[in-house]
Design a protein around this ligand. Structure first.
Ligand code: BMA
Length: 374
Protein backbone atom coordinates (compact mmCIF):
# COMPACT_ATOMS: atom_id res chain seq x y z
CA UNK A 1 0.00 0.00 0.00
CA UNK A 2 2.78 2.40 1.00
CA UNK A 3 4.65 1.52 -2.15
CA UNK A 4 1.50 2.18 -4.20
CA UNK A 5 1.03 5.64 -2.63
CA UNK A 6 4.61 6.66 -3.45
CA UNK A 7 4.14 5.35 -6.98
CA UNK A 8 0.89 7.35 -7.34
CA UNK A 9 2.56 10.58 -6.15
CA UNK A 10 5.47 10.16 -8.58
CA UNK A 11 3.03 9.33 -11.37
CA UNK A 12 0.85 12.40 -10.67
CA UNK A 13 3.90 14.68 -10.51
CA UNK A 14 5.00 13.37 -13.87
CA UNK A 15 1.57 13.84 -15.44
CA UNK A 16 1.21 17.38 -14.07
CA UNK A 17 4.71 18.35 -15.15
CA UNK A 18 4.23 17.03 -18.62
CA UNK A 19 1.15 19.22 -18.93
CA UNK A 20 3.15 22.37 -18.18
CA UNK A 21 3.57 24.50 -21.30
CA UNK A 22 7.08 24.32 -22.64
CA UNK A 23 7.07 28.00 -23.69
CA UNK A 24 6.21 30.76 -21.19
CA UNK A 25 2.82 32.23 -22.01
CA UNK A 26 3.03 35.95 -22.86
CA UNK A 27 0.91 38.05 -20.55
CA UNK A 28 -0.08 40.46 -23.31
CA UNK A 29 -0.15 40.32 -27.07
CA UNK A 30 1.30 43.00 -29.31
CA UNK A 31 -1.00 45.94 -29.85
CA UNK A 32 0.80 47.92 -32.55
CA UNK A 33 3.84 47.92 -34.83
CA UNK A 34 4.70 51.62 -34.86
CA UNK A 35 5.37 52.74 -31.29
CA UNK A 36 8.56 52.18 -29.29
CA UNK A 37 6.35 49.95 -27.16
CA UNK A 38 4.74 47.18 -29.22
CA UNK A 39 2.64 46.38 -26.14
CA UNK A 40 1.43 49.95 -25.55
CA UNK A 41 -2.02 50.21 -24.01
CA UNK A 42 -4.99 51.15 -26.18
CA UNK A 43 -5.15 54.59 -24.51
CA UNK A 44 -1.46 55.22 -25.25
CA UNK A 45 -1.91 54.32 -28.91
CA UNK A 46 -4.97 56.61 -28.99
CA UNK A 47 -2.96 59.47 -27.47
CA UNK A 48 -0.31 59.09 -30.17
CA UNK A 49 -2.87 58.98 -32.98
CA UNK A 50 -4.80 61.93 -31.59
CA UNK A 51 -1.65 64.00 -31.11
CA UNK A 52 -0.78 63.33 -34.73
CA UNK A 53 -4.22 64.34 -35.98
CA UNK A 54 -4.36 67.41 -33.81
CA UNK A 55 -0.94 68.55 -34.98
CA UNK A 56 -2.50 69.14 -38.40
CA UNK A 57 -5.17 71.35 -36.93
CA UNK A 58 -3.43 73.55 -34.38
CA UNK A 59 -0.82 73.83 -31.68
CA UNK A 60 -1.43 72.84 -28.07
CA UNK A 61 -0.13 75.15 -25.40
CA UNK A 62 1.87 73.65 -22.53
CA UNK A 63 3.25 74.86 -19.21
CA UNK A 64 5.68 73.27 -16.74
CA UNK A 65 4.50 72.74 -13.13
CA UNK A 66 1.31 74.61 -14.02
CA UNK A 67 -0.80 73.35 -11.09
CA UNK A 68 1.89 73.25 -8.41
CA UNK A 69 2.68 76.96 -8.12
CA UNK A 70 2.81 80.27 -9.93
CA UNK A 71 4.02 83.78 -9.31
CA UNK A 72 3.03 84.54 -5.71
CA UNK A 73 1.25 81.26 -4.81
CA UNK A 74 1.88 77.61 -4.03
CA UNK A 75 -0.32 74.48 -4.31
CA UNK A 76 -3.80 76.06 -4.26
CA UNK A 77 -6.64 73.83 -5.33
CA UNK A 78 -7.42 74.26 -9.03
CA UNK A 79 -5.16 77.31 -9.41
CA UNK A 80 -2.96 77.89 -12.45
CA UNK A 81 -1.40 81.12 -13.72
CA UNK A 82 -2.54 80.21 -17.22
CA UNK A 83 -6.13 79.68 -16.08
CA UNK A 84 -6.04 82.93 -14.09
CA UNK A 85 -5.00 84.83 -17.23
CA UNK A 86 -7.16 83.24 -19.95
CA UNK A 87 -9.74 81.09 -18.16
CA UNK A 88 -8.47 77.72 -19.35
CA UNK A 89 -5.75 75.27 -18.36
CA UNK A 90 -2.88 74.47 -20.70
CA UNK A 91 -3.49 71.44 -22.92
CA UNK A 92 -0.13 69.96 -21.87
CA UNK A 93 1.26 70.07 -18.35
CA UNK A 94 4.94 69.31 -17.79
CA UNK A 95 6.52 67.89 -14.63
CA UNK A 96 10.06 66.92 -13.71
CA UNK A 97 11.15 63.72 -11.95
CA UNK A 98 14.54 65.05 -10.78
CA UNK A 99 15.24 64.05 -7.14
CA UNK A 100 12.89 61.06 -7.43
CA UNK A 101 14.66 59.53 -4.44
CA UNK A 102 13.30 62.32 -2.23
CA UNK A 103 9.82 63.36 -1.19
CA UNK A 104 9.79 66.44 -3.45
CA UNK A 105 11.40 67.09 -6.82
CA UNK A 106 14.32 69.44 -7.40
CA UNK A 107 11.94 72.41 -7.58
CA UNK A 108 10.07 71.53 -4.39
CA UNK A 109 7.06 69.76 -5.95
CA UNK A 110 5.84 66.93 -3.70
CA UNK A 111 5.77 63.71 -5.74
CA UNK A 112 2.50 62.46 -4.23
CA UNK A 113 0.81 65.77 -5.09
CA UNK A 114 2.36 65.61 -8.55
CA UNK A 115 0.71 62.23 -9.12
CA UNK A 116 -2.59 63.70 -7.98
CA UNK A 117 -2.24 66.66 -10.35
CA UNK A 118 -1.44 64.30 -13.21
CA UNK A 119 -4.60 62.30 -12.40
CA UNK A 120 -6.64 65.53 -12.28
CA UNK A 121 -5.18 66.69 -15.58
CA UNK A 122 -6.07 63.39 -17.19
CA UNK A 123 -9.58 63.46 -15.74
CA UNK A 124 -10.08 66.87 -17.40
CA UNK A 125 -8.80 65.48 -20.70
CA UNK A 126 -5.33 67.09 -20.56
CA UNK A 127 -1.93 65.70 -21.42
CA UNK A 128 1.14 65.14 -19.24
CA UNK A 129 4.80 65.34 -20.26
CA UNK A 130 7.60 64.28 -17.90
CA UNK A 131 11.21 65.42 -17.98
CA UNK A 132 14.00 64.20 -15.75
CA UNK A 133 16.76 66.37 -14.23
CA UNK A 134 18.32 63.44 -12.34
CA UNK A 135 21.39 63.95 -10.16
CA UNK A 136 24.79 62.96 -11.52
CA UNK A 137 24.90 59.26 -10.60
CA UNK A 138 28.68 59.29 -10.00
CA UNK A 139 29.27 62.48 -8.04
CA UNK A 140 25.69 62.65 -6.66
CA UNK A 141 25.69 66.39 -7.39
CA UNK A 142 22.80 67.79 -9.40
CA UNK A 143 22.04 67.29 -13.10
CA UNK A 144 24.23 70.25 -14.06
CA UNK A 145 27.38 68.50 -12.83
CA UNK A 146 28.70 67.31 -16.19
CA UNK A 147 31.40 65.07 -14.75
CA UNK A 148 31.33 61.97 -17.01
CA UNK A 149 28.94 59.39 -15.55
CA UNK A 150 27.16 57.57 -18.38
CA UNK A 151 29.81 54.85 -18.87
CA UNK A 152 29.59 54.06 -15.15
CA UNK A 153 25.84 53.41 -15.21
CA UNK A 154 25.77 51.22 -18.33
CA UNK A 155 25.60 47.44 -17.68
CA UNK A 156 29.41 47.04 -17.42
CA UNK A 157 29.87 50.09 -15.21
CA UNK A 158 30.38 50.11 -11.45
CA UNK A 159 27.30 52.30 -10.83
CA UNK A 160 24.91 50.21 -12.93
CA UNK A 161 23.09 48.64 -10.01
CA UNK A 162 22.74 51.88 -8.06
CA UNK A 163 21.39 53.63 -11.16
CA UNK A 164 18.81 50.89 -11.67
CA UNK A 165 17.56 51.71 -8.18
CA UNK A 166 16.88 55.27 -9.35
CA UNK A 167 15.11 53.92 -12.42
CA UNK A 168 13.10 51.61 -10.13
CA UNK A 169 11.86 54.73 -8.35
CA UNK A 170 11.01 56.37 -11.67
CA UNK A 171 9.14 53.20 -12.63
CA UNK A 172 7.31 53.20 -9.29
CA UNK A 173 6.16 56.76 -9.87
CA UNK A 174 4.99 55.95 -13.41
CA UNK A 175 3.17 52.82 -12.24
CA UNK A 176 1.14 54.94 -9.83
CA UNK A 177 -0.30 57.03 -12.66
CA UNK A 178 -3.60 55.22 -12.75
CA UNK A 179 -7.20 56.46 -12.86
CA UNK A 180 -9.83 55.56 -10.25
CA UNK A 181 -11.01 52.91 -12.71
CA UNK A 182 -7.57 51.34 -12.84
CA UNK A 183 -6.60 52.62 -16.31
CA UNK A 184 -2.92 53.59 -16.74
CA UNK A 185 -2.64 57.27 -17.64
CA UNK A 186 -0.59 57.64 -20.83
CA UNK A 187 2.23 60.18 -20.53
CA UNK A 188 4.94 61.62 -22.74
CA UNK A 189 8.27 60.57 -21.20
CA UNK A 190 11.14 62.90 -22.12
CA UNK A 191 14.39 61.86 -20.42
CA UNK A 192 17.98 63.03 -21.05
CA UNK A 193 16.92 66.23 -22.83
CA UNK A 194 19.08 68.95 -24.43
CA UNK A 195 21.75 66.27 -24.84
CA UNK A 196 23.43 68.06 -27.76
CA UNK A 197 24.38 70.81 -25.30
CA UNK A 198 26.98 70.33 -22.60
CA UNK A 199 25.47 71.46 -19.29
CA UNK A 200 24.33 68.01 -18.06
CA UNK A 201 26.04 64.71 -17.23
CA UNK A 202 24.27 63.13 -20.24
CA UNK A 203 25.28 66.05 -22.49
CA UNK A 204 27.67 66.19 -25.42
CA UNK A 205 30.82 66.92 -23.41
CA UNK A 206 30.20 64.21 -20.84
CA UNK A 207 29.50 61.09 -22.93
CA UNK A 208 30.13 59.70 -26.40
CA UNK A 209 27.37 59.23 -28.97
CA UNK A 210 27.40 55.49 -28.34
CA UNK A 211 27.17 55.96 -24.60
CA UNK A 212 24.24 58.35 -24.92
CA UNK A 213 22.37 56.00 -27.24
CA UNK A 214 23.09 53.03 -24.97
CA UNK A 215 21.79 54.98 -21.96
CA UNK A 216 18.59 55.84 -23.81
CA UNK A 217 18.01 52.26 -24.95
CA UNK A 218 18.79 50.81 -21.56
CA UNK A 219 16.29 53.19 -19.93
CA UNK A 220 13.54 52.36 -22.43
CA UNK A 221 14.15 48.62 -22.12
CA UNK A 222 14.25 48.74 -18.34
CA UNK A 223 10.94 50.62 -18.03
CA UNK A 224 9.18 48.87 -20.89
CA UNK A 225 10.48 45.28 -20.68
CA UNK A 226 11.60 44.80 -17.09
CA UNK A 227 9.01 46.96 -15.36
CA UNK A 228 6.37 46.25 -18.02
CA UNK A 229 5.18 49.84 -18.19
CA UNK A 230 3.11 50.22 -21.33
CA UNK A 231 1.68 53.72 -21.01
CA UNK A 232 4.64 55.83 -22.19
CA UNK A 233 5.34 57.69 -25.41
CA UNK A 234 9.07 58.39 -25.69
CA UNK A 235 10.16 61.90 -26.69
CA UNK A 236 13.71 62.96 -27.47
CA UNK A 237 14.54 66.66 -27.31
CA UNK A 238 17.86 68.16 -28.37
CA UNK A 239 18.14 71.92 -28.05
CA UNK A 240 18.15 74.46 -30.90
CA UNK A 241 18.91 72.24 -33.85
CA UNK A 242 19.64 73.73 -37.28
CA UNK A 243 19.93 70.67 -39.52
CA UNK A 244 18.75 67.09 -39.83
CA UNK A 245 22.28 65.79 -39.36
CA UNK A 246 22.68 67.80 -36.16
CA UNK A 247 19.41 66.34 -34.90
CA UNK A 248 20.42 62.78 -35.70
CA UNK A 249 23.99 63.11 -34.39
CA UNK A 250 22.93 61.83 -30.98
CA UNK A 251 19.89 59.70 -31.59
CA UNK A 252 19.15 56.15 -30.42
CA UNK A 253 17.21 55.15 -33.57
CA UNK A 254 13.67 55.14 -34.89
CA UNK A 255 12.74 52.07 -32.85
CA UNK A 256 13.39 54.01 -29.63
CA UNK A 257 11.70 57.36 -30.29
CA UNK A 258 8.02 58.24 -30.74
CA UNK A 259 8.20 62.03 -30.63
CA UNK A 260 10.75 64.36 -32.21
CA UNK A 261 11.00 67.19 -29.72
CA UNK A 262 13.18 70.28 -29.59
CA UNK A 263 13.88 72.73 -26.77
CA UNK A 264 14.44 76.30 -27.92
CA UNK A 265 15.31 79.42 -25.95
CA UNK A 266 16.36 81.65 -28.86
CA UNK A 267 13.25 83.79 -29.25
CA UNK A 268 14.83 86.90 -27.73
CA UNK A 269 14.42 89.06 -30.81
CA UNK A 270 12.23 89.16 -33.88
CA UNK A 271 15.09 88.17 -36.17
CA UNK A 272 15.06 84.76 -34.48
CA UNK A 273 11.47 84.05 -35.52
CA UNK A 274 12.56 82.74 -38.93
CA UNK A 275 15.49 80.87 -37.43
CA UNK A 276 13.23 79.00 -35.00
CA UNK A 277 10.61 78.52 -37.73
CA UNK A 278 13.22 76.82 -39.93
CA UNK A 279 14.26 74.55 -37.06
CA UNK A 280 10.64 73.58 -36.54
CA UNK A 281 10.45 72.68 -40.23
CA UNK A 282 13.42 70.37 -39.70
CA UNK A 283 11.86 68.49 -36.80
CA UNK A 284 8.48 68.22 -38.51
CA UNK A 285 10.14 66.87 -41.65
CA UNK A 286 12.18 64.33 -39.69
CA UNK A 287 9.10 63.21 -37.78
CA UNK A 288 6.79 63.00 -40.80
CA UNK A 289 9.26 60.87 -42.77
CA UNK A 290 9.00 58.32 -39.99
CA UNK A 291 5.29 58.70 -39.27
CA UNK A 292 6.06 60.23 -35.88
CA UNK A 293 5.16 63.49 -34.14
CA UNK A 294 7.13 66.73 -33.69
CA UNK A 295 6.84 69.10 -30.72
CA UNK A 296 8.41 72.20 -29.25
CA UNK A 297 9.02 70.44 -25.96
CA UNK A 298 10.41 73.57 -24.24
CA UNK A 299 10.34 77.16 -25.40
CA UNK A 300 10.33 80.60 -23.86
CA UNK A 301 12.32 83.59 -22.73
CA UNK A 302 12.89 84.16 -19.05
CA UNK A 303 10.50 86.73 -17.52
CA UNK A 304 8.80 87.37 -20.90
CA UNK A 305 10.24 90.88 -21.38
CA UNK A 306 8.22 91.66 -24.54
CA UNK A 307 4.53 92.45 -24.16
CA UNK A 308 3.76 90.99 -27.62
CA UNK A 309 5.89 87.86 -27.21
CA UNK A 310 3.02 85.39 -27.53
CA UNK A 311 1.76 86.66 -30.89
CA UNK A 312 4.79 88.16 -32.53
CA UNK A 313 7.50 85.79 -31.40
CA UNK A 314 6.10 82.40 -30.35
CA UNK A 315 3.06 82.11 -32.62
CA UNK A 316 4.95 83.80 -35.46
CA UNK A 317 7.72 81.17 -35.24
CA UNK A 318 5.24 78.30 -35.11
CA UNK A 319 3.31 79.75 -38.07
CA UNK A 320 6.50 80.41 -40.05
CA UNK A 321 5.34 77.95 -42.73
CA UNK A 322 2.81 75.21 -43.48
CA UNK A 323 5.43 72.77 -42.28
CA UNK A 324 6.55 74.40 -39.04
CA UNK A 325 2.96 74.80 -37.93
CA UNK A 326 2.58 71.03 -37.77
CA UNK A 327 4.28 70.76 -34.38
CA UNK A 328 1.88 69.20 -31.88
CA UNK A 329 2.59 71.44 -28.89
CA UNK A 330 4.75 74.22 -27.47
CA UNK A 331 5.49 74.14 -23.73
CA UNK A 332 6.89 77.04 -21.72
CA UNK A 333 8.85 76.51 -18.54
CA UNK A 334 7.84 77.13 -14.95
CA UNK A 335 6.55 80.22 -13.13
CA UNK A 336 8.80 79.96 -10.09
CA UNK A 337 8.84 83.60 -8.95
CA UNK A 338 8.75 87.20 -10.11
CA UNK A 339 12.36 86.80 -11.21
CA UNK A 340 12.11 83.38 -12.86
CA UNK A 341 9.00 82.77 -14.95
CA UNK A 342 8.14 81.89 -18.53
CA UNK A 343 4.33 82.15 -18.65
CA UNK A 344 2.14 85.18 -17.97
CA UNK A 345 0.31 85.77 -14.69
CA UNK A 346 -2.44 88.29 -13.91
CA UNK A 347 -1.05 91.80 -14.16
CA UNK A 348 2.00 90.87 -16.22
CA UNK A 349 2.52 93.22 -19.25
CA UNK A 350 2.21 90.29 -21.71
CA UNK A 351 -1.12 89.05 -20.26
CA UNK A 352 -3.26 90.96 -22.79
CA UNK A 353 -1.31 89.52 -25.69
CA UNK A 354 -1.53 86.07 -24.14
CA UNK A 355 -5.33 86.39 -24.24
CA UNK A 356 -5.08 87.16 -27.98
CA UNK A 357 -2.83 84.10 -28.33
CA UNK A 358 -5.42 82.05 -26.43
CA UNK A 359 -8.24 83.34 -28.67
CA UNK A 360 -6.34 82.58 -31.86
CA UNK A 361 -8.17 79.68 -33.54
CA UNK A 362 -4.86 77.91 -34.06
CA UNK A 363 -3.94 77.56 -30.38
CA UNK A 364 -5.43 74.72 -28.34
CA UNK A 365 -5.99 74.79 -24.59
CA UNK A 366 -7.30 72.04 -22.32
CA UNK A 367 -11.06 72.55 -22.69
CA UNK A 368 -10.69 72.63 -26.48
CA UNK A 369 -9.12 69.17 -26.69
CA UNK A 370 -11.05 66.32 -28.26
CA UNK A 371 -11.02 63.02 -26.33
CA UNK A 372 -7.30 62.23 -26.60
CA UNK A 373 -7.47 58.76 -25.07
CA UNK A 374 -9.94 56.90 -27.29
C1 BMA B 1 15.71 75.26 -15.06
C2 BMA B 1 15.36 76.28 -13.99
C3 BMA B 1 15.77 75.68 -12.67
C4 BMA B 1 15.04 74.35 -12.47
C5 BMA B 1 15.23 73.43 -13.67
C6 BMA B 1 14.43 72.16 -13.58
O1 BMA B 1 15.59 75.73 -16.32
O2 BMA B 1 14.00 76.57 -14.00
O3 BMA B 1 15.43 76.57 -11.64
O4 BMA B 1 15.50 73.70 -11.30
O5 BMA B 1 14.90 74.10 -14.84
O6 BMA B 1 13.06 72.43 -13.52
Amino acid sequence: MRFFKIFLIIFLCFVCKSKEPTKPVKKFSETNDFLVDRFATAETIALFENLKQLSNRGVMFGHQDDLAYGVGWQAENGRSDIKSVCGDYPAVTGWDLGDIQKQSNLDGVDFEKMKQWIRETHARGGITALSMHLDNPVTLNNAWDNTPAVAAILPDGNRYKSYLKILDQIAGFLADLVTDDGICIPVVFRPYHEHNHSWSWWGSSACTVDEYNALWKMTVEYLRDTHELHHLLYAISPQEVNSESQYLARYPGDDFVDIFGMDDYRLWNRSQVNVVGKSLEIIVTLAEKRDKIAALTEVGVENVPFSDWWSNYLLAAIEYSNISRKIAWALVWRNASETHFFAPYPGHPSAADFIEFYKDPFTIFQSQLPDMYH
